[in-house]
Design a protein around this ligand. Structure first.
Ligand SMILES: Cc1cc2nc3c(=O)[nH]c(=O)nc-3n(C[C@H](O)[C@H](O)[C@H](O)COP(=O)(O)O)c2cc1C
Length: 147
């Protein structure tokens, strides 16, 4: 079975909640999945996985969630070239219309720069994550099928 890692950064727990549904969807799609908080993850760990899924909320005005910043800085071709990848995250388009889920876009662009292959369009969840768990799981099933 091919292996996937889901790495999330979450301040209030919303991205973590979504990550739970991502794990369910990836498993339904046939992956063996490891779930990790970015605070406990070193970039070199992705070497053990075929598929890397990253989840990150957006803070400030279009900035990465705090815990994700040093991990983002460590992302490079050395670790990510040729990996399959996908990105998800929550945001709030009502409060932050000009920066809605920017962190998701920022991470996706970095993955591409590092030579990763994005297997599915990113998932940007607007507002209450509890309303989006089914959608998130379905997205992850699709990620798994494309990976
Ligand atoms: C101070 C603050 C700044 C935020 N900035 C943005 C933003 O720029 N873009 C956006 O889409 N959402 C923004 N949000 C909304 C958060 O991304 C959203 O609440 C998210 O669900 C938090 O996820 P987390 O609990 O996983 O950190 C902001 C929220 C706060 C409280």
């Amino acid at each position: 079975m091919s292996k996937a890692i889901v790495i999330f950064g979450s301040t209030m727990g919303n991205t973590e909640t979504l990550a739970g549904s991502v794990v369910e969807g990836l498993e339904e799609g046939g992956k063996e999945v490891t779930l990790k908080n970015v605070t406990e993850t070193k970039i070199k760990e992705v070497a053990d996985y075929d598929l890397v899924v990253m989840g990150c909320s957006t803070w400030g005005l279009g900035e990465l969630q705090d815990d994700f910043i040093s991990f983002y800085d460590a992302m490079s071709k050395d670790f990510l070239d040729g990996k399959k990848a996908a990105v998800f995250g929550p945001g709030d388009s009502g409060m932050y219309p000009d920066n809605f889920c920017d962190a998701v876009t920022i991470i996706e662009e970095k993955l591409e720069e590092c030579g990763a292959k994005i297997v599915e369009d990113c998932l940007k969840v607007d507002g209450d994550v509890d309303d989006a768990l089914d959608e998130t799981k379905a997205w992850a099933v699709s990620v798994a099928k494309n990976a």
